[in-house]
Design a protein around this ligand. Structure first.
Ligand code: HPA
Length: 244
Protein backbone atom coordinates (compact mmCIF):
# COMPACT_ATOMS: atom_id res chain seq x y z
CA UNK A 1 0.00 0.00 0.00
CA UNK A 2 1.20 3.48 -0.92
CA UNK A 3 0.99 6.27 1.64
CA UNK A 4 0.42 9.76 0.28
CA UNK A 5 0.86 12.85 2.44
CA UNK A 6 -0.85 15.82 0.86
CA UNK A 7 0.26 19.36 1.59
CA UNK A 8 -1.04 22.85 0.90
CA UNK A 9 -3.39 22.67 -2.07
CA UNK A 10 -3.77 18.92 -1.80
CA UNK A 11 -5.99 18.27 1.19
CA UNK A 12 -8.03 15.89 -0.93
CA UNK A 13 -7.35 13.45 -3.69
CA UNK A 14 -10.52 13.79 -5.73
CA UNK A 15 -9.59 10.79 -7.85
CA UNK A 16 -9.19 8.57 -4.79
CA UNK A 17 -12.18 6.27 -4.42
CA UNK A 18 -12.48 6.42 -0.67
CA UNK A 19 -13.52 3.09 0.75
CA UNK A 20 -12.80 3.63 4.41
CA UNK A 21 -11.75 6.27 6.91
CA UNK A 22 -9.88 5.58 10.09
CA UNK A 23 -9.08 7.73 13.10
CA UNK A 24 -5.70 6.55 14.38
CA UNK A 25 -4.04 7.02 17.71
CA UNK A 26 -0.32 6.67 18.18
CA UNK A 27 2.14 6.69 21.09
CA UNK A 28 3.15 10.13 19.79
CA UNK A 29 -0.27 11.73 19.86
CA UNK A 30 -2.73 12.39 17.12
CA UNK A 31 -1.94 12.56 13.43
CA UNK A 32 -3.08 15.57 11.41
CA UNK A 33 -6.42 13.97 10.58
CA UNK A 34 -8.22 10.78 9.64
CA UNK A 35 -6.57 8.38 7.25
CA UNK A 36 -8.44 7.85 4.00
CA UNK A 37 -8.15 4.46 2.35
CA UNK A 38 -8.86 3.84 -1.29
CA UNK A 39 -7.20 3.06 -4.56
CA UNK A 40 -5.67 4.87 -7.49
CA UNK A 41 -5.91 2.58 -10.52
CA UNK A 42 -4.73 -0.73 -9.10
CA UNK A 43 -2.70 0.63 -6.19
CA UNK A 44 -4.03 0.57 -2.66
CA UNK A 45 -3.55 4.01 -1.18
CA UNK A 46 -3.76 5.58 2.26
CA UNK A 47 -3.97 9.36 2.25
CA UNK A 48 -3.33 11.91 4.98
CA UNK A 49 -3.61 15.71 4.79
CA UNK A 50 -0.47 17.05 6.48
CA UNK A 51 -2.04 20.30 7.65
CA UNK A 52 -5.41 18.76 8.52
CA UNK A 53 -8.44 18.68 6.27
CA UNK A 54 -9.31 22.28 7.03
CA UNK A 55 -5.66 23.31 6.49
CA UNK A 56 -5.34 24.56 10.06
CA UNK A 57 -2.07 23.05 11.31
CA UNK A 58 0.98 25.23 10.60
CA UNK A 59 4.22 23.52 9.46
CA UNK A 60 6.02 23.80 12.81
CA UNK A 61 3.02 22.30 14.62
CA UNK A 62 2.48 19.25 12.43
CA UNK A 63 2.87 16.08 14.49
CA UNK A 64 5.24 14.45 12.01
CA UNK A 65 5.95 11.51 14.27
CA UNK A 66 2.27 10.67 14.70
CA UNK A 67 1.66 11.06 10.96
CA UNK A 68 4.43 8.68 9.91
CA UNK A 69 3.67 6.23 12.68
CA UNK A 70 -0.04 6.15 11.77
CA UNK A 71 0.69 5.60 8.09
CA UNK A 72 3.03 2.73 8.87
CA UNK A 73 0.56 1.25 11.33
CA UNK A 74 -2.14 1.49 8.66
CA UNK A 75 -0.03 -0.64 6.33
CA UNK A 76 1.78 1.90 4.15
CA UNK A 77 4.93 0.37 2.69
CA UNK A 78 6.21 3.57 1.09
CA UNK A 79 5.42 7.27 1.26
CA UNK A 80 5.01 9.88 -1.44
CA UNK A 81 5.00 13.34 0.07
CA UNK A 82 3.44 16.21 -1.84
CA UNK A 83 4.40 19.68 -0.66
CA UNK A 84 4.60 23.18 -2.03
CA UNK A 85 7.93 25.00 -2.16
CA UNK A 86 9.38 28.34 -3.12
CA UNK A 87 11.66 28.26 -6.16
CA UNK A 88 15.28 29.37 -5.70
CA UNK A 89 17.00 27.89 -8.76
CA UNK A 90 16.37 29.87 -11.91
CA UNK A 91 14.52 27.13 -13.76
CA UNK A 92 12.21 26.41 -10.82
CA UNK A 93 9.53 29.03 -11.34
CA UNK A 94 5.93 28.94 -10.10
CA UNK A 95 4.03 25.91 -11.38
CA UNK A 96 7.12 23.72 -11.82
CA UNK A 97 7.00 20.19 -10.44
CA UNK A 98 10.23 18.76 -9.08
CA UNK A 99 11.41 15.57 -7.41
CA UNK A 100 14.19 16.66 -5.04
CA UNK A 101 17.16 14.39 -4.40
CA UNK A 102 18.75 16.09 -1.38
CA UNK A 103 17.74 18.01 1.73
CA UNK A 104 19.32 20.57 4.01
CA UNK A 105 17.57 20.89 7.36
CA UNK A 106 17.26 24.37 8.89
CA UNK A 107 14.34 23.54 11.16
CA UNK A 108 14.67 23.62 14.95
CA UNK A 109 12.71 22.59 17.98
CA UNK A 110 10.71 19.91 16.18
CA UNK A 111 10.38 16.36 17.45
CA UNK A 112 12.64 14.86 14.85
CA UNK A 113 13.35 11.28 15.95
CA UNK A 114 11.67 8.12 17.16
CA UNK A 115 14.92 7.17 18.87
CA UNK A 116 14.49 9.53 21.77
CA UNK A 117 14.90 7.19 24.72
CA UNK A 118 17.84 7.48 27.10
CA UNK A 119 17.68 3.88 28.27
CA UNK A 120 18.25 2.22 24.90
CA UNK A 121 21.29 1.89 22.65
CA UNK A 122 21.76 4.97 20.50
CA UNK A 123 20.50 4.57 16.93
CA UNK A 124 21.82 6.82 14.17
CA UNK A 125 20.24 6.12 10.78
CA UNK A 126 22.15 6.63 7.55
CA UNK A 127 20.69 9.62 5.72
CA UNK A 128 23.24 10.13 2.94
CA UNK A 129 20.47 9.87 0.37
CA UNK A 130 17.35 11.13 2.09
CA UNK A 131 14.98 10.10 -0.69
CA UNK A 132 14.41 6.57 -1.94
CA UNK A 133 15.86 6.19 -5.44
CA UNK A 134 13.33 3.64 -6.69
CA UNK A 135 10.35 5.64 -5.47
CA UNK A 136 11.79 8.83 -7.00
CA UNK A 137 12.10 6.98 -10.31
CA UNK A 138 8.49 5.84 -10.07
CA UNK A 139 7.24 9.38 -9.54
CA UNK A 140 9.26 10.57 -12.53
CA UNK A 141 8.00 7.69 -14.68
CA UNK A 142 4.42 8.45 -13.63
CA UNK A 143 4.85 12.06 -14.65
CA UNK A 144 6.17 11.06 -18.05
CA UNK A 145 3.31 8.58 -18.45
CA UNK A 146 0.87 11.35 -17.57
CA UNK A 147 2.56 13.70 -20.02
CA UNK A 148 3.47 16.17 -17.28
CA UNK A 149 6.81 17.97 -17.26
CA UNK A 150 8.82 17.40 -14.10
CA UNK A 151 12.33 18.23 -12.91
CA UNK A 152 14.57 15.39 -11.79
CA UNK A 153 16.61 16.41 -8.76
CA UNK A 154 17.28 19.42 -6.62
CA UNK A 155 18.24 20.35 -3.11
CA UNK A 156 15.33 21.04 -0.77
CA UNK A 157 15.96 23.49 2.09
CA UNK A 158 13.63 22.88 5.02
CA UNK A 159 13.00 26.09 6.96
CA UNK A 160 11.18 26.52 10.23
CA UNK A 161 8.43 28.95 9.24
CA UNK A 162 5.66 29.70 9.54
CA UNK A 163 6.85 33.03 8.16
CA UNK A 164 8.38 33.17 4.72
CA UNK A 165 12.11 33.92 4.42
CA UNK A 166 13.90 37.22 3.95
CA UNK A 167 15.68 37.88 0.66
CA UNK A 168 19.03 37.57 2.47
CA UNK A 169 18.03 34.22 3.94
CA UNK A 170 17.19 32.95 0.46
CA UNK A 171 20.57 34.23 -0.77
CA UNK A 172 22.21 32.22 1.97
CA UNK A 173 20.22 29.11 1.09
CA UNK A 174 21.28 29.55 -2.54
CA UNK A 175 24.93 29.81 -1.47
CA UNK A 176 24.44 26.65 0.55
CA UNK A 177 23.34 24.94 -2.66
CA UNK A 178 19.58 24.88 -2.11
CA UNK A 179 17.31 24.87 -5.17
CA UNK A 180 13.95 25.15 -3.43
CA UNK A 181 12.63 25.99 0.01
CA UNK A 182 9.76 24.52 2.01
CA UNK A 183 8.74 24.11 5.63
CA UNK A 184 7.64 20.49 5.94
CA UNK A 185 10.33 18.35 4.30
CA UNK A 186 11.97 17.79 7.67
CA UNK A 187 11.63 15.95 9.95
CA UNK A 188 9.15 14.06 7.76
CA UNK A 189 11.83 12.50 5.55
CA UNK A 190 14.05 11.31 8.39
CA UNK A 191 11.17 9.92 10.41
CA UNK A 192 10.16 7.81 7.40
CA UNK A 193 13.77 6.60 7.20
CA UNK A 194 13.78 5.71 10.89
CA UNK A 195 10.65 3.62 10.35
CA UNK A 196 12.21 1.91 7.33
CA UNK A 197 9.66 3.41 4.95
CA UNK A 198 10.95 4.35 1.49
CA UNK A 199 10.08 8.03 1.06
CA UNK A 200 10.17 10.46 -1.86
CA UNK A 201 8.80 13.94 -2.41
CA UNK A 202 6.91 15.58 -5.21
CA UNK A 203 7.48 19.29 -4.75
CA UNK A 204 5.24 21.86 -6.31
CA UNK A 205 6.74 25.31 -6.81
CA UNK A 206 4.03 27.73 -5.71
CA UNK A 207 6.05 30.96 -5.80
CA UNK A 208 9.47 32.41 -6.36
CA UNK A 209 11.33 32.37 -3.05
CA UNK A 210 11.81 35.79 -1.44
CA UNK A 211 13.78 38.16 -3.66
CA UNK A 212 13.94 35.74 -6.59
CA UNK A 213 11.17 37.22 -8.74
CA UNK A 214 12.26 39.61 -11.53
CA UNK A 215 10.25 42.46 -10.14
CA UNK A 216 10.84 42.78 -6.46
CA UNK A 217 7.51 42.50 -4.70
CA UNK A 218 6.10 40.78 -1.67
CA UNK A 219 4.98 37.19 -2.03
CA UNK A 220 1.21 37.26 -2.33
CA UNK A 221 -0.86 34.52 -0.82
CA UNK A 222 -3.50 34.87 -3.54
CA UNK A 223 -0.87 34.20 -6.23
CA UNK A 224 0.35 31.12 -4.37
CA UNK A 225 -3.18 29.76 -4.11
CA UNK A 226 -3.85 30.30 -7.78
CA UNK A 227 -0.65 28.55 -8.82
CA UNK A 228 -1.38 25.65 -6.50
CA UNK A 229 -4.84 25.00 -7.91
CA UNK A 230 -3.47 24.41 -11.40
CA UNK A 231 -0.38 22.54 -10.26
CA UNK A 232 -2.22 20.18 -7.93
CA UNK A 233 -4.53 19.12 -10.75
CA UNK A 234 -1.35 17.99 -12.52
CA UNK A 235 -0.11 16.29 -9.35
CA UNK A 236 -3.36 14.32 -9.17
CA UNK A 237 -2.90 13.18 -12.78
CA UNK A 238 0.63 12.06 -11.97
CA UNK A 239 -0.50 10.15 -8.90
CA UNK A 240 -3.11 8.40 -11.02
CA UNK A 241 -0.25 6.89 -13.01
CA UNK A 242 1.83 5.85 -10.03
CA UNK A 243 0.22 2.45 -10.07
CA UNK A 244 2.05 1.50 -13.24
N1 HPA B 1 9.31 29.46 1.53
C1 HPA B 1 9.13 28.43 2.39
N2 HPA B 1 8.18 27.52 2.22
C2 HPA B 1 7.39 27.61 1.15
C3 HPA B 1 7.52 28.67 0.23
C4 HPA B 1 8.54 29.64 0.42
O1 HPA B 1 8.72 30.59 -0.36
N3 HPA B 1 6.55 28.48 -0.72
C5 HPA B 1 5.88 27.36 -0.36
N4 HPA B 1 6.37 26.83 0.76
Amino acid sequence: MLGIIGGSGLTQLSNLNIERREVMRTPYGEPSGVLLFGSLCSTRVVFLARHGYGHTIPPHRVNYRANLWALKQAGAKEIVSVASVGGIRQDLGPGTLVVPDQIIDYTWGRRNTFFDATDQPVVQVDFTDPYDAALRARILASAWAAGEAIEDGGVYAATQGPRLETAAEIERLARDGADMVGMTGMPEAVLARELGLPYAALSVVSNWAAGRADSSHAIRFADIEETLVGAMARVRRILEHICA
